[in-house]
Design a binder for this molecule. Structure first.
Ligand code: KG4
Ligand code: ZN
Length: 348
């Protein structure tokens, strides 16, 4: 089964070819340098850039996988959530290709795809006591608890089996990635902020600034990061000038506050829902401090764990193709030609 997959939900134009569940090619044309000039993504600029490069990106993905459109069995594309104008470029391109080449077309939820970034090769570490429980190839034993942390979303999801999800909690305002990006902007670190903050944090003191851990003690599994953003703003204003050492301390302290909340909520969800495996997904899953703490959490409860390899944490099309592959394999996908863009698409 050869799948051509497309992803254009935000500022990465991406195309991949997945052959029998394995990645044959994965091309990502990032617009990061374009949006660095404005300190964030301007949707219309992103969409215009997608239009310019989507065809060469697809061509490169097909060439690298040594195949062509004729030999593709299905096309998969991100339907949502994301920026409406960006999503439209991927969807309209995929629809056109599907009509012209008469191929099945599978719309995919971007958040589900972030989960499937865990299904690249053998990314998992099985639970020590997994015993004879049924396992899929990657080593994931269901039910799995997934923490999805990206630029636009923060949610805890219980995955009972392929294609079956229960949302346990989500952010009531900003996403974790947004808190990283806004802090970076306040510190003049440019866009995207997450990687810059995590690099600076390596040399900073996480206890220098005592930032709030919003909702860490609430009796539900929801998150909130807007108050933390405001707290960072006031602390920055208080400082008039910030020397390099203080900048690192800011980065380390904010990062620690975000990671503490994410880990504490995941811990509460483990106690309540007793998963067999815990998984990470989304761009913030590339954060070292989060990964370290996530590993410790799995160890504490003797659970299997999975974290995507770094290159599959942030947006890419391989994860879209993998989600489509597993949906098709488990008979949870059907070809559609007339679906709409869903910028607020939910995972269900
Ligand atoms: O999943 P993603 O590529 O796009 C969305 O679906 O939103 O996530 C992008 C987010 C950005 O907020 C970016 O700053 C954050 O992931 N990010 C990180 C790191 N790398 C990317 N945040 C913290 N530490 C990182 N190393
Ligand atoms: Zn994403």
């Amino acid at each position: 089964m050869k799948i051509l997959s497309l992803e254009t939900s935000c500022d990465e134009t991406a195309a991949a070819v997945i052959i029998d569940g394995r990645i044959a090619s994965n091309i990502i044309a990032s617009q990061a340098s374009l949006h660095a000039k404005t300190g964030g993504v301007v949707p219309e600029v992103a969409a215009r850039e997608h239009v310019k490069i989507i065809i060469p990106t697809i061509k490169l993905a097909l060439d690298k996988a040594k195949t062509d459109l004729k030999n593709i069995d299905a096309i998969a594309v991100t339907q949502g959530p994301g920026l409406v104008t960006s999503l439209m470029v991927g969807i309209d391109t995929a629809k056109a290709l599907a009509w012209v080449c008469d191929k099945p077309l599978i719309p995919i939820n971007h958040l589900e795809a972030h989960i499937y970034a865990n299904f690249v090769g053998h990314a998992t570490h099985p639970a020590p006591d997994a015993g004879s429980r049924p396992r899929i190839k990657s080593g994931v034993v269901f039910p799995a608890l997934i923490l999805i942390v990206s630029g636009g979303h923060t949610l805890l999801v219980l995955m009972k089996k392929h294609g079956e999800y229960q949302i346990l909690g989500e952010t009531v305002d900003d996403a974790a990635g947004e808190a990283f990006d806004k802090t970076a902007k306040l510190l003049g670190l440019g866009y995207p902020g997450g990687p810059a903050i995590s690099k600076l944090a390596l040399t900073g003191n996480p206890e220098q600034f005592n930032f709030p851990r919003p909702m860490i003690k609430s009796d539900n599994l929801n998150f909130s990061f807007s108050g933390l953003k405001t707290a960072v703003l006031y602390e920055v204003i208080k400082h008039k000038t910030i020397n390099p050492k203080q900048k690192s301390d800011f980065a380390a302290s904010v990062q620690q506050a975000i990671v503490d909340v994410l880990i504490s909520k995941t811990d509460q969800a483990i106690k309540k829902f007793q998963p067999k495996t815990i998984m990470l997904g989304g761009g913030v899953a590339a954060n070292d401090q989060l990964r370290k703490n996530f590993k410790l959490l799995a160890k504490k409860y003797k659970l299997g764990r999975s974290m995507p390899k770094f290159e599959y944490c942030t947006d890419n099309a391989a994860m879209i193709g993998l989600a489509a592959y597993h949906r098709l394999k488990h008979k949870k996908a059907k070809s559609q030609r007339n679906f709409m863009v869903l910028p607020q698409m939910v995972l269900k």
